[in-house]
Design a binder for this molecule. Structure first.
Ligand code: GAR
Length: 195
């Protein structure tokens, strides 16, 4: 089995959707959830689906060792950030080159960067008067929201839309596309053996 770890900071609805998707897979599974918040709802979602989860402090994450130990203990091959708010630290980037994907709830390079997450992003889209938003799935590098873009999908933003309306449309796109894009990216690194 190819093992994925999901890093999440909050609610974890994407994490749950990804776990459920891979429950049907014979090759890939979500082996571990990691969070910088002990009280994040994602832990409950993981537990309910039989996925172990752990939390860590920011200092531990930046230093790398204990998080890398946990990833190794679960033989993690690939990392997915799903609503994760910290910048990925150098030791983790080095241990997983081109093996960390993030989802951002807007069409990068617009509305990205430090502090741009969740509803703040949707409000920025509305404040800018944008007529569309969407999702961006990209590889993670040492800068916020700047790694190579792998996939984007768009949705319409109406002048009457609230941030919650945009969030709903964006979440729909996330649930539909993110697991499949993860699967493709993972299988590119670990292709099916030739028969
Ligand atoms: C998702 O919309 C994700 O794209 C966003 O946080 C939300 C988490 O929702 N990520 C970012 O804003 C990262 N910059 P969830 O916890 O319900 O999956």
């Amino acid at each position: 089995m190819i093992n994925i770890a999901i890093f999440a900071s909050g609610n974890g609805s994407n994490a749950e959707n990804i776990i459920r998707y891979f429950l049907k897979s014979k090759r890939i599974r979500v082996a571990l959830i990691l969070s910088n918040r002990e009280d994040a709802y994602v832990h409950k979602r993981g537990r309910a689906l039989g996925v172990h989860s752990r939390s860590f402090r920011k200092a531990e994450f930046d230093e790398g060792k204990s998080v890398l130990d946990a990833l190794q203990a679960y033989s993690v091959d690939f990392i997915v950030l799903a609503g994760f708010l910290l910048k990925v630290s150098q030791p983790i980037l080095e241990a997983y080159p081109d093996r960390i994907l993030n989802i951002h709830p807007a069409l990068l390079p617009k509305h990205g960067g430090k502090g741009m997450y969740g509803d703040r992003v949707h409000r920025a889209v509305i404040d800018a008067g944008d007529t569309e938003s969407g999702i961006t799935i990209h590889y993670v590098n040492e800068h916020y929201d700047e790694g190579t873009i792998l996939f984007q999908a768009r949705c319409e933003v109406l002048s009457t839309d609230s941030a919650d309306d945009v969030a709903r449309k964006v979440h729909e796109l996330e649930y539909l596309h993110f697991p499949k894009v993860i699967e493709e990216a993972v299988l590119k690194v670990f292709p099916l053996p030739n028969r």
